[in-house]
Structure formats: structure tokens, C-alpha cells
Design a protein around this ligand. Structure first.
Ligand SMILES: Cc1cc2nc3c(=O)[nH]c(=O)nc-3n(C[C@H](O)[C@H](O)[C@H](O)COP(=O)(O)OP(=O)(O)OC[C@H]3O[C@@H](n4cnc5c(N)ncnc54)[C@H](O)[C@@H]3O)c2cc1C
Length: 418
């Protein structure tokens, strides 16, 4: 057992790695424990790479639960719930439905906005400081609508963003066509988020991992966490497939895998996996200039100089692994409905990932009240890349006992008795 580390970080996704880099920069000795053969192989790999303060309003505003119930019989609906009985999933959905109360919605929107905006400020500073060239562009993001009624129905979303001081502009059909020639000419309009940005997520995680190592941090791959050894209310050691490790603090950053691992500590973390898919091609002709959300189909299109990705859809079907051809086909169909030149040829990669969806749509960041040296940084849902740097800053400041830039209370695991 190696007991020299200040912090053991469980999980080498974008959240674990961003925290590892921040803590390494603070001069702490960190060791990251990761089950996969490479860092960043979970949800942080094939996601859409959009950086979206515009996504501050929680999904519950858009009637998530009602839409999910309507889609029970549709295997290719953008949002789908597996109807098979699963008490944990249905309990979680019930909790999510309670978030539609106006006060809960406002609280979640403010907490998400604060973290997203802080992270949006920090991200370019981090990239410059670390010298990371990862396809970063201050591109903005355009939601494209084919149906005028669907665009009109977004009025309260637009008003929520204005109240949160997040840039938003509603465009008519002509403005949408002029802004993005890659779209078919029959769009009803769009919503433009000038403050959003994009990057290549797999390059971000590779870059973060390289910087952690350059600063002396250790990333143990193939180290599947199998259990914990406790002394009173403290974690004495983490048992993995590669042996046991000890550290002064233990930071759990396991994304959608957080609940099953935390159960072995007697903790119930209210997170369900929200499964999504992506398809990546090499660079395509007539690719969009900026990231797009093809709104009625909920498909995101991100084009970098060397590739194009279609991604998204949300499926609540438990921890079931693997690709679903029906849902991959829904991504392709969405692209064909909106783009003049949909991606063609054999894709480079078809991928699935689990978004760690917390019950109140706010991540859990901060110390556990149940175990003395346990910290959490998980539950970032659809926004882990966008929130990564501010999460790491908050963890670092709290762990050092310093004043925090953001009010830490809305993210405290204590709100779930954790
Ligand atoms: C289709 C799709 C599109 C998305 N698009 C965007 C986007 O455009 N912008 C954005 O901000 N976010 C987006 N997201 C969300 C984003 O991908 C996630 O919020 C983020 O990756 C979560 O990061 P994480 O580090 O918490 O989890 P993960 O990246 O999943 O990392 C968790 C790590 O823990 C490891 N692990 C699990 N169990 C164990 C164990 N027992 N022992 C050791 N290691 C273990 C896993 O292997 C994994 O590497 C998208 C997600 C999907 C699915």
C-alpha cells in the first residue's frame, strides 16, 4: 500500500482529471484511480464538446418528465425511459418531477448558471496556462428549428436566460439561413447563444492527463475500484484490481458509476445514467460553421477541422452497456432533416456514454458529511465538460479551507444527506 498521496481521486473522466490538475497546481500529491486502460474513456470521450452556459435552465423547464412518459412506447424518441420496473429509476424520476416546482427550478437554474459561467471564464485561461491545443473556438451555438410553433414554445427558456444574464438572441428564418448556410433553407428560425464555445473533448481529457503527469501526479489505469477499508468514519484505503491505495483525502469523481461504488460505503447517491450516443466522421464537406442543436430532434452537430460529430439523445435504461442501432439511426435521420449535406461515408467511431444525471440537475461538489475524508465531484449530467474547470476550482478551494469564489452551498452533497 502506498500512503504518500495527499488526495486519491476516483475516476479519470474530465471531472476527476480537472480536479487532479487543480490540486497538483496547488502543490498536492495526487493519484487518480481509473478502471479503463486509458484516462477519459467514459462519458468524457465521445460527447459533443460544446461549452454551454446557455444550458443553465434545467431540463425540467421543458417538461422533461411529461415528454419522457409520452415516449414510453417509442424506441427512437430523443428522450426515452425504459418502461421495465426498476424502483430506483422510478424513485429518481419522481424526485426529478418535483424539480418542476418554480422555486426548485429557480434554485437549480441559478446554481447551474453560476458554475457554467465561472467555468466558461476559467476554461480559456486554463488552456492558455497549460498550453493545450484542443480545438477550442469561441464559436457560439445555434439552436435550429424547423417548426415555428416549437420555436415560439421556447419563450420561457429565453426569458429564463435573460434573467440569468446569459446571452441569447431569437432569429427569424432569414437570419438563421444567413448565419448558417449548412442548414437546409426551410428552417423556421433559430436561437443563438453567442457566449457558448466548443472544443474537442477527447483532446481535452488527454491534455489534462498529460499535464497531471507532467506535474508529478500519478494516473493508475486498469485500477478498478473493488472496495474500501474504513477506520471509524474515515476511508483508510481504496482496494482496486491493482492493489490498495491510501490518501489523506478521497475524491469520488466516478460520473454515472458513482452510485454503485458509493453503495459499498453505505451511501445512496441519487444519480441515474442518462445514456447518449454519438457518431464521428472524418472532416465533411459543407460542415456547419458553428455547433448546432437540431432542436426538434435533439441532435447536436459539432464540426472540428478534422472531423464532424452527431451526438445526443437521452435514454434512461439503467446501467445497460452497448450501442443501440435504433438510436444511432435517429441521429442520422435528424441530420438528414436539417443539413443540406448530411455526413456521408463510413464513420470513424460510433459511441455511447452515460451522463451522470443528478436528481435535482445540480452536481454534487464538496465534502461528505458522512465520512471524514471523503469528497464528491459528480452528477454533472449533460454539462460535465462545460462545468469542469469551475468544479475543480471549488474542490481545490474547499479542500484548502480557503474562501470559495462561488457560493458552495447549492452544490453541497449534504442536501441529499451525503
Ligand atoms: C452523447 C453525449 C453528449 C454530451 N455532450 C456534452 C457537451 O456537449 N458538453 C458538455 O459539457 N457535456 C456533454 N456531455 C456530458 C459529459 O460528457 C459528462 O457530463 C462528463 O463527461 C462527465 O464527466 P465525469 O468525469 O463525471 O464522468 P466520466 O467521464 O464518465 O468519468 C468517470 C470515470 O470513472 C471510471 N470508473 C467508473 N467506475 C470505476 C471503478 N469501479 N473503478 C475505477 N474507475 C471507474 C470510468 O471508467 C470513467 O473514466 C455529453 C454526454 C453524452 C453522453
Amino acid at each position: 500500500m502506498d500512503d504518500r498521496d495527499d488526495v486519491l481521486i476516483l475516476g479519470a473522466g474530465v471531472i476527476g482529471l480537472a480536479c487532479a490538475l487543480e490540486l497538483s497546481r496547488m502543490g498536492l500529491r495526487v493519484r487518480v484511480l481509473e478502471q479503463a486502460a486509458t484516462p477519459g474513456a467514459g462519458a468524457s470521450h465521445g460527447n459533443c464538446g460544446t461549452i454551454t452556459p446557455s444550458h443553465a435552465p434545467p431540463l425540467t423547464e421543458a417538461g422533461l418528465v411529461a415528454r419522457a412518459l409520452c415516449s414510453l412506447g417509442q424506441p427512437d424518441a430523443p428522450l426515452r425511459i425504459d418502461p421495465r420496473p426498476d424502483p430506483a429509476r422510478w424513485r429518481w424520476l419522481f424526485g426529478l418531477a418535483l424539480q418542476m416546482r418554480p422555486s426548485a427550478f429557480r434554485r437549480a437554474a441559478q446554481a447551474r448558471a453560476a458554475l457554467l459561467q465561472r467555468a466558461r471564464t476559467l476554461l480559456p485561461q486554463w488552456l492558455a496556462r497549460e498550453g493545450l491545443d484542443i480545438g477550442w473556438r469561441e464559436s457560439g451555438l445555434l439552436l435550429a428549428f424547423r417548426d415555428a410553433r416549437a420555436l415560439a414554445a421556447e419563450q420561457s427558456y429565453v426569458e429564463t436566460l435573460r434573467r440569468l444574464d446569459i446571452p441569447v438572441q431569437v432569429l427569424d428564418a432569414a437570419q438563421t439561413a444567413a448565419l448558417e448556410p449548412a442548414l437546409r433553407p426551410d428552417m423556421a428560425g433559430g436561437i443563438l447563444h453567442r457566449g457558448d464555445a466548443m472544443l474537442r473533448p477527447e483532446l481535452l481529457v488527454a491534455g489534462l492527463a498529460a499535464q497531471v503527469r507532467a506535474l508529478g501526479g500519478v494516473i493508475e489505469t486498469g485500477a478498478r475500484i473493488e472496495g474500501f477499508e474504513l477506520t471509524g468514519r474515515r476511508i483508510r484505503a481504496v482496494r482496486t484490481a491493482r492493489g490498495a491505495f491510501a490518501g489523506g483525502h478521497v475524491l469520488l469523481a466516478l460520473g454515472a458509476w458513482s452510485p454503485p461504488v458509493a453503495r459499498t460505503l453505505g451511501l445512496r447517491i441519487p444519480i441515474q445514467p442518462g445514456k447518449g450516443y454519438s457518431i464521428t466522421w472524418d472532416a465533411q464537406p459543407s460542415a456547419p460553421r458553428m455547433p448546432l442543436v437540431l432542436k426538434e430532434r435533439s441532435v447536436c452537430v459539432t464540426a472540428w477541422t478534422d472531423g464532424l460529430r452527431l451526438g445526443s439523445t437521452m435514454e434512461f435504461a439503467g446501467w445497460r452497456e452497448g450501442l443501440n442501432p435504433v438510436r444511432l439511426q435517429a441521429l442520422r435521420r435528424g441530420a438528414a432533416e436539417y443539413l443540406r449535406t448530411p455526413p456521408a461515408g463510413a464513420p470513424r467511431e460510433e459511441w455511447w456514454g452515460w451522463r451522470p444525471m443528478s436528481r435535482d440537475e445540480v452536481p454534487l461538489i464538496g465534502p461528505s458529511t458522512r465520512l471524514g475524508n471523503l469528497w464528491l465531484a459528480t452528477g454533472h449530467g449533460m454539462l460535465g465538460v462545460s462545468m469542469s474547470t469551475a468544479t475543480a476550482e471549488l474542490v481545490g478551494q474547499q479542500l484548502a479551507g480557503r474562501a470559495t469564489t462561488l457560493d458552495a452551498a447549492p452544490y453541497a452533497p449534504a442536501r441529499f444527506g451525503l
